[in-house]
Design a protein around this ligand. Structure first.
Ligand code: SME
Length: 186
């Protein structure tokens, strides 16, 4: 199967749970045999972005804007191995519009920073109500950020998804994306 086809979402997917099972299979296939983190996170961000776009549960808004408008990673790159959890998180592979490049991982410095520091997924139904939210794209209205752990369980970055629609992400997204973050760590 051509690599690009892994981002196709079958029409018979009707629930978020089915959607994430499908995406998970695509990610497993893409990362198989590849250990370079940039390649894997690049394909994962592309797969997520295009799968959300192609799934009727998310798709596009009335004016043609993707609902999920950004999918990507902020990380402590493994080649800069740091024991300093306060070292800046750097923009990693992503799909969507250009975004801020550095995140200061201190509590209160945005959604990514909070998810990283607390090692906990943060679901934000309305970014305009979130203290410290960093607005990379004025069209973003909701967001979910999931911590990424390495094999030792240390949080080394986050997976970030933004949406142009308020309240896009719920408990099913949290469960599905946490599972995907786990796959990527392995
Ligand atoms: N909104 C994030 C910053 C990253 S962008 O959404 C791509 C935050 O508050 O940390």
């Amino acid at each position: 199967m051509p690599h690009a086809d892994s981002a196709l979402v079958p029409d018979d997917i009707k629930t978020k749970r089915e959607f994430y099972e499908h995406v998970e299979m695509g990610i497993v296939a893409l990362i198989e045999g590849q250990t370079y983190w940039v390649s894997n996170l690049a394909n994962a961000s592309a797969l997520l972005y295009h799968s959300f776009l192609g799934c009727s549960l998310y798709g596009t808004t009335g004016d043609g804007e993707p609902v999920v408008n950004w999918s990507g990673f902020y990380i402590h790159p493994p080649e800069n191995v740091t024991t300093d959890s306060e070292a800046p998180l750097l923009l990693g592979p992503f799909n969507g519009r250009p975004a801020c490049q550095v995140i200061n991982p201190r509590k209160g410095r945005g959604v990514c920073a909070d998810a990283f520091v607390d090692a906990k997924t943060v679901v934000v139904p309305d970014v305009h109500e979130y203290p410290g939210h960093i607005a990379c794209d004025g069209l973003t209205n909701s967001e979910i950020v999931v911590p990424l752990r390495n094999k030792k369980g240390t949080v080394v970055g986050v997976l970030d998804l933004d949406s142009t629609v308020k309240g896009t992400f719920d408990e099913d997204d949290r469960a599905g994306l946490e599972r995907i973050a786990q796959l990527l760590a392995i």
